[in-house]
Design a binder for this molecule. Structure first.
Ligand code: AMP
Ligand code: GLY
Length: 421
């Protein structure tokens, strides 16, 4: 089969790496890909959200199956476009992808499904949003409605900072149209978990649990990022909590989507805050998490193509997922300055190490005259597995410490909470 993977991050390198193990695939493409995907797939120079050019390429190359990594092309309706052209593709339709495309839509679905979530209010004008802030209890959370490349959420205890964020967002200055509607919500104090299922619209299978580290610095300090590291399984997701998430979050949401004429086919990612043993939904994403995909796929023992095809053929109930017993950890090596401004184009040394049970997934990298150089904020996801999480962490840091590029920075405390449990 000829398979096309869309995207260029660590998640897409992990998807390409896993799909390359499928005996049914003889030709693998990645658009646009990175220096890591180029090792196992043929990179195609088309941006992930250029859906018209992707369609043209898939038709010309007679691609049998397309896998979409990031949210932007899904929210743009790439699945509807490919399917209406008779092409098979894995991911949610444009209307189902609104779960991530609009936080206001997502909250409406949560309320409709009776799911536990933070109390919230929607605002479109700055005067009433600021009046609300004057009377509100801090800390609180402010969220831009639309896609904002992971930067549209502010968690703060500082009223002045909250007011600036509200004004900059609603005026369009900070996030363009995405920020012209905002949600102000109650701060939930607990432990986060990423709970991801693969759904065929009706049935679903749960992937292994994972936990991400959103803040840029050790001890969860500094601004939010796309994720600075992750590990799987996440001990916070006990068998009891797993059951609660299935029954109180995943199943009611899938039913609401089905009843509303937008059945959810694809990876559904619930960002959960566990407060006193109870799951609250922070958000839904319509794709695999990044970096969660790296440790999760590192532990997955089946054929990823079988799972994705079963979802798109509306037949996932026949799939039984199997996971390595080992724990896996991913440490993100980022460019100096990320998630703010950073420079690119620095050569990366130390990619040739051979440490057993480790894999360096590429994210923001590219080949420049045969040399791998930095080309994004999150550059690499160093991933390792071992029988204990402690040993996996040790291996991952051994590998990370052997990699160098100018101004590299990474957290030193990935998975510490899981080790202490
Ligand atoms: P979101 O994109 O909605 O998941 O928000 C990004 C991150 O902000 C989450 O992963 C949490 O770390 C944090 N966050 C979002 N909503 C809340 C909340 N209501 N209470 C506490 N933290 C939150
Ligand atoms: N790591 C969080 C996300 O993928 O949204």
């Amino acid at each position: 089969m000829k398979v096309l993977v869309i995207g260029s991050g660590g998640r897409e390198h992990a998807i390409v790496w896993k799909l390359a193990q499928s005996p049914r695939i003889n030709s693998l493409f990645c658009a646009p890909g990175n220096a890591g995907t180029a090792q196992t797939a043929k990179n195609v120079p088309i941006e992930a959200d250029d859906v018209a050019s992707l369609l043209e390429f898939a038709k010309k190359e007679k691609i049998d199956f397309t896998v979409v990594g990031p949210e932007a092309p899904l929210v743009k309706g790439i699945v509807d476009l490919f399917e209406s052209n008779g092409l098979r593709i894995f991911g949610p339709s444009k209307s189902a992808a609104q779960l991530e495309g609009s936080k206001v839509f997502m909250k409406a679905m949560l309320v409709k499904s009776g799911l536990p979530t933070a109390e919230h209010k929607v605002f479109t004008d700055a005067t009433s949003a600021i009046a609300h802030l004057e009377a509100a209890k801090f800390p609180l959370v402010i969220k831009a409605d639309g896609l904002a490349a992971g930067k549209g959420v502010l968690v703060t205890a500082d009223k002045a900072e909250a007011k600036t964020f509200v004004s900059d967002s609603l005026s369009g200055k900070a996030f363009g149209e995405s920020g012209q509607r905002i949600i102000i919500e109650q701060f939930l104090d607990g432990e986060e978990a990423s709970y991801i299922v693969a759904s065929d619209g009706t049935n679903y299978v749960s992937l292994a649990s994972a936990q991400d580290h959103k803040r840029v610095f050790d001890g969860d300090a500094g601004p939010n990022t796309g994720g600075m590291g992750a590990y799987s399984p996440a001990p916070v997701v006990t068998p009891e909590l797993d059951e609660k998430i299935k029954k109180r979050v995943i199943e009611p949401l899938l039913k609401t989507m089905r009843d509303g004429g937008a059945p959810f086919v694809g990876f559904l990612y619930a960002g959960i805050m566990v407060v006193k043993g109870e799951p609250y939904v922070l958000e839904f994403n319509v794709r695999l998490g990044d970096p969660e995909a790296q440790p999760i796929l590192f532990r997955y023992q089946g054929d990823l193509l079988d799972l994705l095809e079963a979802c798109s053929k509306r037949d996932v109930s026949k799939i039984k997922l199997e996971w390595k017993k080992d724990s896996a950890v991913c440490i993100v090596l980022a460019s100096g300055g990320y998630p703010g401004k950073f420079d690119k184009g620095f050569p990366i040394d130390g990619l040739g190490q051979s440490i057993p049970n480790t894999m360096v997934f590429h994210a923001g990298t590219k080949l420049s005259d045969g040399v791998v150089v930095t080309s994004g904020g999150r550059v690499l996801g160093v991933t390792a597995s071992a029988p204990t999480i402690k040993e996996a962490v040790r291996l991952a840091y051994q590998c990370a410490d052997g990699i160098h590029f100018k101004d590299v920075h990474y957290r030193r405390d990935i998975a510490r909470r899981a080790i202490l449990l």
